[in-house]
Design a protein around this ligand. Structure first.
Ligand code: D5M
Ligand code: FE
Ligand code: ZN
Length: 494
């Protein structure tokens, strides 16, 4: 239920703090109450607090019978509509603010790998060394030992390793095979401990506490993920300019939604205060439909030339206001190598666009006025959905939370996500982002994980026959918008 509430709120562009969620969970019909609560706001705040709920007088009254202590205070009269730091009124005009865009991390121009066996072992050594360093700094794992040593001990111990296999026993326990440079150990996550339900995937690096039994099996007491260690705050910038996120435009496809795009264009050019405050547009891949990406794709194309597809996109972006700076990241439909990290689109394609477009790789870390944005197309979500029953294409924020917990954008190796064994693992989430965005799954949502604003950036393509076959229902023509001054986020529909 907790997840359903958070999902319900995030779908509507808001979040709730711990106390507010606890309050809702305590009510008879938390979702209905959340719905009434949202309706009671003229303009819902980005983060709903317990105080907000209590101020919504009639809701507090309805709940009074079942509420815990603080909520039992006499119901207050309904306050006048709250006037939060509203998106509409407090925007800064984007054209008044000088561009401040830096590319902090990008593979473009730095790819060295040739895909040899040595490349692969060096890649995994770098992954293990970096993530185990993150884990070693966690108090729960202080004094962790090499697996070879842990195997010879029977007292409580801690270890850090990479998961090479994971299977369920018929009694609902989970067995992991975990490896470090010294040895491999089998780890039991007991069914009755709740650990067996932790969404662990192959090739992620985890910490474990527990002890080795007399048959050499490590009985786990806890699993530690690198995660974002503490809840961070959003850097507050002076200007209240906004960044829009989109992806999966799929220009050239028969199912590209031209009319919805036209609505977006008209709003961006002549729209309200929010439109005027939009300074950046980060486009996270699949910007065109491409050629030969899947079998018989030609039957679904209205533009069957890759250059013509990018030319059409360049014309569309050229119609947007001059002060709207566009950052383009490639995806699996774009004309670059599919192996991740993907470099920026090649020069002959870049030449088709005007200078308001910046081309970067996938993934890429940007700074926008000091706000750190991690943008990733999101191909690995296919592997998360295949590997974990709790994940689905309709709930991309869940997979994104797992990426942050694992501090890795694509931990599963050898699935649908092709990974290039670069000297360093560019898919590690090293510095903590302020905003983390993905596309690919054609869903739309904004949410939060330990203070990181997380965004999945919709699509401009209607359901394709492939998606119909696989029951994937896209949520097209939504623009997630984040305020760079506050981290406040909402989803605008076109
Ligand atoms: O992916 C759009 C959506 O369709 C995304 O949710 C993944 C899904 N998709 C696309 N191709 C496949 C294959 N081959 N297997 C599983 N799921 C897939 P896009 O990248 O736009 O094609
Ligand atoms: Fe796509
Ligand atoms: Zn994609």
């Amino acid at each position: 239920m907790r997840d359903r509430i958070l999902h319900f709120l995030s779908e509507r562009g808001t979040l709730a703090d711990e106390a507010a969620v606890a309050f809702l969970l305590n009510q008879q019909d938390p979702l209905a109450l959340a719905d009434r609560l949202l309706r009671s706001f003229a303009d819902p705040p980005f983060l709903i607090t317990l105080e907000d709920i209590l101020k919504a007088g009639d809701i507090a009254r309805a709940a009074a019978g079942r509420a815990p202590a603080p909520e039992r205070s006499p119901p207050r009269p309904a306050p006048p509509p709250r006037a939060p730091a509203s998106f509409r009124l407090e925007g800064t005009r984007a054209e008044d603010v000088a561009e401040d865009l830096k590319v902090l991390k990008d593979i473009t121009g730095h790819s060295t790998c040739e895909g040899t066996l040595e490349d692969f072992s060096r890649y995994f050594r770098h992954r293990f060394a970096t993530l185990s360093r993150f884990l070693r700094s966690r108090a729960e794992l202080a004094g962790s030992l090499e697996i070879a040593k842990v195997k010879r001990l029977t007292r409580d111990a801690r270890l850090i390793g990479i998961v090479t296999e994971s299977r369920m026993t018929k009694n609902g326990h989970r067995i992991l095979d975990v490896e470090d440079e010294t040895d491999t150990i089998s780890v039991l996550l007991p069914a009755d401990s709740g650990l067996a339900a932790d969404p662990i995937v192959n090739d992620e690096v985890v910490g474990l506490t527990g002890h080795t039994n007399d048959r050499g099996l490590f009985i786990a007491k806890s699993v530690v993920h690198p995660d974002i260690p503490t809840s961070k705050s959003f850097p507050r910038t002076q200007e209240r300019i906004r960044v829009g996120f989109m992806s999966d435009i799929h220009v050239g496809s028969r199912t590209f939604l031209a009319e919805r795009w036209e609505k977006f264009r008209a709003w961006a050019c002549n729209g309200d205060e929010v439109a005027r405050s939009l300074r950046y547009l980060v486009v996270s891949g699949d910007v065109v439909d491409g050629i030969g990406v899947y079998p018989r794709q030609d039957e679904e194309l209205v533009i069957d030339d890759i250059y013509a597809q990018y030319e059409a996109l360049a014309a569309m972006l050229g119609e947007l206001p001059d002060h709207l700076k566009v950052v383009l990241i490639p995806g699996n439909h774009d004309a670059v190598r599919p192996a991740e990290p993907q470099p920026a689109l090649p020069a002959p394609i870049q030449k088709l666009f005007d200078s308001s477009v910046t081309f970067v790789g996938n993934p890429c870390t940007l700074s926008l006025h000091g706000v750190r944005v991690l943008a990733y197309h999101g191909r690995s979500m296919d592997d998360f959905v295949s590997a974990l029953p709790a994940m689905s294409y309709a709930k991309p924020l869940e997979a994104m939370r797992e990426m942050l917990r694992k501090r890795h954008l694509a931990p599963i190796y050898g699935g649908k996500t092709p990974i290039a064994p670069e000297a360093e693992d560019h898919l590690i989430i090293d510095a903590v982002p302020d905003i983390f965005v993905t596309g690919h799954v054609h869903a739309a949502a904004v949410g939060e994980h330990r203070g990181v604003v997380i965004v999945n950036s919709s699509t401009w393509q209607a359901q394709t026959s492939y998606q119909k076959m696989h029951n994937i229902e896209p949520v097209p023509a939504r623009l997630p918008i984040v305020d760079l001054g506050t981290g406040e986020a909402f989803l605008k529909a076109f």
